[in-house]
Design a protein around this ligand. Sequence first.
Ligand code: PGU
Length: 404
Amino acid sequence: MIDRNPHVEKLHADYLFGEIARRKSALEQRCPDAWVISLGVGDTTAPIAPVVAQAIGEAAAAMSTPEGYRGYNEGFGLPELQQRIASRLYEGRVSPDEVYIGDGACPALGRMQLLLGSGCSIAVPDPAYPNYLFAGVVVGQTGAFDESTGHYQGVTYLKCTPENGFFPDLASTPRTDLIFFCSPNNPTGTASSREQLQQLVDFARANASILIFDAAYRDFVRDDAIPRSIYELGGAREVAIELGSFSKLAGFTGTRLGWTIVPHELTYRDGKPLYPDWEQMQISFFDGASNIIQHGGIAVLGDQGFEACRTTIDGYLSRAALIRETLTTLGYEVYGGEHAPYLWARVPGVSSWEAFDRILEQTHVVTTPGVGFGPAGEGFLRFSAFAADRDVSEAMKRLATRTV
Ligand code: PGU
């Protein structure tokens, strides 16, 4: 037998959503008749648009014919899908051959971290989507977890709180090799302005850092003044890798489809481009996303599919508005939810987990404790607007009948 990988040994606590699921199922065992409503994990609930499901069905059926059958994928995605992503989502700011189709933002992040390697120093927002750190810890980019601070040693944390407008103070931020950032943001639901993101790109350029920009929620932006992609900012092509996903755009959380943009201008210190190494990773660790599902992606980016997805996202945003309004009326200090499916609410006087447990016990509504995203999230709860309309309305009624 072998010893456990020492980097894995450093991982702190259980995965956040696993702990939430455990507490939810404990309640369900105690109260088997309870109607438990989840505003916790950010998982989509609206059905896939019929035009998209039809394209997936047709692609699956074609696989049973000699003419339609396809084996291993050639290249890094179906050319039509790469083309549509480059034109519809990036308006030509990236070329189709810079679009690498994959099975979602999260697995692409893991493969990217494996490529960038254990020698990289990293900066992550606090609070942040936990998987930025998870991959970093496993490849060995961090030191041990420090119980007293709630932070991994050797990591630069970019504090993002209401006090700094959810944007880090870059003047006091040390240089790191990699900088992770996400806008519209999970968990705070806030979206960074053009000026803020330009500062971030300029900071990465000045420090010769790579910016790993997570645009998983880009299609929730409803104001064209707010960037949907990091490549809307000058100079980003030289320093930024962008992670994109069909999960929240089209309800593909279980179907799995995403993309990574690796611009040709992005180089290592010695001036050699990074993208050939990424191509090698894709070939060696992953043989491409399901071609059947890629046909679904092509349909998402057609006129009819895109309009249908936009309507679905509008529905999530209207539920986010209802959550925002209810929590505000109840006296919570609330952020986000205007260009993102998440709301970030301060729970004064109690810890995040205490607030989570109380709301779960009293109203049977599942939320996400802010501290699960990092110590700067302590004292906050995240509410997800991905639940069905009926569930969100019922959850808000229940919250309104209890005191904070
Ligand atoms: N990036 C961000 C910022 C996310 O919030 C999520 C999902 C992903 C990437 C994953 O994208 P895929 O393309 O589907 O891989 N966050 C959800 C789900 C949590 C989970 O278990 O991954 C959330 O509730 O935070």
